[in-house]
Design a binder for this molecule. Structure first.
Ligand SMILES: *[C@@H]1O[C@H](CO)[C@@H](O)[C@H](O)[C@H]1NC(C)=O
Length: 239
């Protein structure tokens, strides 16, 4: 997986003009969230320019219900800063490239391995004065308000420019969703509002690649994890 992550990082690094200082980020002025024309299921972005734009690879988790249908239980993903890709031809399809690499990774390699390799990769490149692309990690935590159930969190506290800032996270509450315009094999596009943390006041999941479970399951069978990639957009950061 290290090699795969490296390949991806190099593919993305090639878009950079030159080796750059640690945690290089680029202007997001031209980062425009393109939602399907006429859609009403997602809220509009709260600002013209996002605070962070990223692509992610990871898994969507499901458990088999007694009715024989998979229901979502959470996800874990590594989140990469895409700001320096915005003004390049790679930006539109970076999630497809990332998914191709992730899908090809052999079965023993887990999303956690990707995260661990990403951390090492970041250090390696930092040591050479080249930017780390790691923005943070996406995972689920117990709902801090109710103490029950899980809620999605994006955690930027240990990576990039926000490393060490304990407020550099956002916990999201879903405000809307639409089926992927690219087809039913891809998980929904979502809008979420930030319920705690300062990394964002609003989050979007778009350009999803895969992540859907099989249509049915046999009750009692083990939980499954399905690989996916996407873009995550973060608006209204107060960091
Ligand atoms: C998702 O599944 C992976 C194993 O594939 C596990 O490591 C991770 O903790 C799970 N996360 C959630 C929120 O279910």
């Amino acid at each position: 997986m290290f090699a795969a992550v490296l390949t991806l990082a190099l593919a993305c690094q090639s878009a950079f003009a030159a080796p750059s200082p640690a945690a290089k980020t680029c202007s997001l002025a031209n980062a425009k969230l393109a939602l399907p024309a006429g859609q009403t299921g997602l809220l509009a972005p709260i600002a013209a320019v996002p605070s962070f734009v990223s692509f992610a690879i990871g898994v969507q988790n499901y458990t088999c219900s007694s009715a024989g249908k998979y229901t979502a239980t959470g996800a874990v993903a590594e989140v990469y800063d895409a700001s320096c890709l915005v003004d390049t031809p790679l930006f539109n399809n970076v999630q497809d490239i990332a998914y191709g690499i992730w899908k090809a990774a052999p079965a023993p390699i887990t999303a956690q391995d990707v995260i661990a390799a990403g951390a090492k990769l970041g250090q390696t490149f930092l040591g050479r004065g080249i930017a780390s692309m790691i923005l943070g990690q996406h995972y689920f935590v117990t709902n801090p308000t109710t103490g029950t159930g899980v809620v999605p969190k994006w955690d930027f506290t240990s990576s990039g420019k926000t490393a060490g800032n304990k407020d550099a996270f956002v916990i999201g509450a879903k405000t809307g969703g639409i089926p992927s315009p690219k087809g039913a094999t891809h998980v929904d596009w979502l809008s979420l509002s930030g319920s705690s943390g300062k990394a964002a006041a609003q989050v979007f999941r778009t350009d999803t690649v895969s992540g859907q479970p099989p249509a049915s399951c046999t009750p009692g069978t083990p939980d499954i994890s399905v690989k996916y990639a996407c873009k995550y957009w973060f608006y209204g950061s107060s960091l």
